[in-house]
Design a protein around this ligand. Structure first.
Ligand SMILES: NC(=O)c1ccc[n+]([C@@H]2O[C@H](COP(=O)([O-])OP(=O)(O)OC[C@H]3O[C@@H](n4cnc5c(N)ncnc54)[C@H](O)[C@@H]3O)[C@@H](O)[C@H]2O)c1
Length: 469
């Protein structure tokens, strides 16, 4: 939990709280005092080449326990780790990863290291870093630059520090690392062989770069693998978003009007799970096909402005901006809880909310900000409008990240085997289907399930056209 300090204003509400931030002091950094109440320097230089910036290294033991728990629930990635240890497919390569620093990411980092890579990690969201996990990774010899609660300047300083290691491969979640390389750190691009991208929003950004002809190396869209978005986006986001909302608010879902903005992979999972907990689910969409799908799945579909009047809880998962905006805030029901589980914090127009209410808020519980609107209605914003499942809970369960990160590891191995930029074009590639299906096969086995095998006759039948009515 982030330490918060503040004082009561005239009306007894807390406002303008200062956030306790660490000093940032490591090789390549200048020492920066970021607030009057900064906590001490917690960065150790291990040797001349290794450094890291984490909140509290003494949390390493706790972090290692979290990682062990995740390892026990990620059988496919652990199987890959054994192969990586033996064959060293990443030997001599430096990987710069910009990912949520969770226990599952730690399992991936350790797998890449086992494959012979030098692994560098920075966070991909200001509120998603698990400080204990970051400490454990630093202790394990991963170059990690992340702590929970970085401000925007610190965030990009961490990204830059990761890039300072001159990566051969990038592993991004949301596209900030790749964008930084193609804008501010262009001098490093020639050394990059290829990259991978974890999430829908990052894939959209990198496709846009490729379409504009400015993407300078091939990228694999890990998000688009079947074994990624069918499970991670749907079941992972579905469950972990509710987990975040419940940990933050402890509200009863049964009987609540629960609005899901966006009926894509994440939205479908969330709507399904909220319905399962007894909520009455309303969907908002901009795509008529998704709208029909939601109606036929049994949900009410309406524009946000109408939904906001009824909503007890609103969650955005669209990858779009200002999905809940000024006009919606003007009609939103008193007491509404509002959260975002899409990649960026611009899905809810928090900037406008802050301006409108002149920062009149109270952090009433961890990750719950009570805003008092000018007409005395109250609304509760979770996790400052950032990914609620990572900021208020632990992100997706390890079991789904097992497949997502197996895709990351096998894609990195595949990209190096293919020679990266030498043999591939500067565009966004899908995960090769054989890799995707192999991950599914391994996961299925690990779940103790099995499927049938096509007979020779069935195979021929499926490839023929003569047999009919
Ligand atoms: N919370 C997490 O851990 C997590 C996990 C995976 C993906 N994501 C992020 O969640 C977001 C959604 O991902 P996805 O895979 O579901 O994408 P998707 O493309 O499958 O679905 C997005 C849906 O939102 C709809 N949409 C767009 N603008 C809208 C608007 N103004 N109002 C209502 N609906 C709108 C689209 O029509 C689409 O159906 C992305 O930002 C992605 O990066 C988050």
């Amino acid at each position: 939990m982030r330490p918060l300090f503040g004082c009561a204003d005239k009306r007894g509400l807390y406002k303008n709280r200062a956030v306790c931030r660490p000093y940032f002091f490591a090789e390549g950094f200048t020492q920066t005092l970021l607030s009057d109440i900064a906590i001490p320097v917690l960065v150790k230089i291990l040797d001349v080449t290794q450094d890291y910036a984490v909140k509290d290294l003494s949390l390493a033991k706790e972090g290692k326990n979290h990682i062990r728990w995740a390892e026990d629930h990620m059988p496919v990635l652990m199987e890959l780790r054994a192969e990586f240890e033996k064959n060293k497919p990443l030997l001599g390569k430096t990987l710069a990863c910009c990912l949520h620093v969770t226990k599952e990411t730690a399992v991936l980092m350790k797998t890449l290291k086992a494959g012979g890579a030098k692994v560098v990690l920075c966070g991909s969201n200001p509120l998603s870093t698990n400080d204990a996990v970051a400490a454990a990774l630093a202790d394990e010899g991963i170059y990690v630059y992340a702590w929970r609660g970085v401000n925007s300047e610190e965030y990009y300083r961490c990204v830059d520090r990761a890039l300072d290691h001159k990566p051969h491969l990038t592993m991004d979640d949301g596209g900030d690392l790749v964008t930084r390389l193609h804008t501010v750190r262009k001098e490093l691009i020639s050394g990059v062989i290829a990259g991978t991208e974890e999430t829908t929003t990052g894939v959209i950004r990198q496709r846009a770069m490729a379409d504009e002809g400015i993407l300078e190396y091939p990228v694999i869209a890990v998000n688009d693998a079947m074994t990624k978005h069918f499970f991670d986006n749907r079941y992972g986001t579905g469950q972990s978003t509710l987990d975040g909302i419940l940990r933050a608010t402890s509200v009863l879902l049964a009987g609540k009007n629960f609005v899901v903005a966006g009926y894509g992979w994440c939205g479908k999972g969330l709507a399904m799970r909220a319905k399962g907990m007894g909520a009455s689910v309303i969907v908002t969409e901009i795509d008529p096909v998704k709208g029909i799908e939601a109606v036929m799945d049994g949900f009410r579909v309406m524009p946000m402005k109408e939904a906001a009047r009824e909503a007890d809880i609103i969650v955005t998962v669209t990858g779009n901006k200002n999905v809940v905006d000024k006009e919606d805030f003007e009609v939103i029901k008193n007491g509404c809880v509002i959260a975002n589980s899409g990649h960026f914090d611009n899905e809810i127009d928090v900037k406008w909310l802050d301006e409108w209410t002149k920062g009149d808020y109270l952090d009433i519980r961890p990750e719950v900000r009570e805003y008092r609107l000018p007409d005395r209605r109250k609304i509760y914003l979770l996790a400052e409008g950032r990914l609620v499942n990572l900021a208020a809970a632990e992100g997706h369960p390890s079991e789904v990240m097992d497949m997502s990160f197996a895709n990351q590891a096998t894609s990195a191995r595949w990209l190096l085997a293919e020679g990266g930029a030498k043999n591939l074009e500067n565009k966004v590639y899908p995960v090769p289907e054989t890799l995707d299906r192999e991950i599914a096969r391994r996961k299925l086995l690990s779940l103790g399930a099995d499927i049938d095998v096509l007979t020779k006759e069935q195979k021929e039948y499926l490839g023929s056209w003569m047999e009919g009515t």
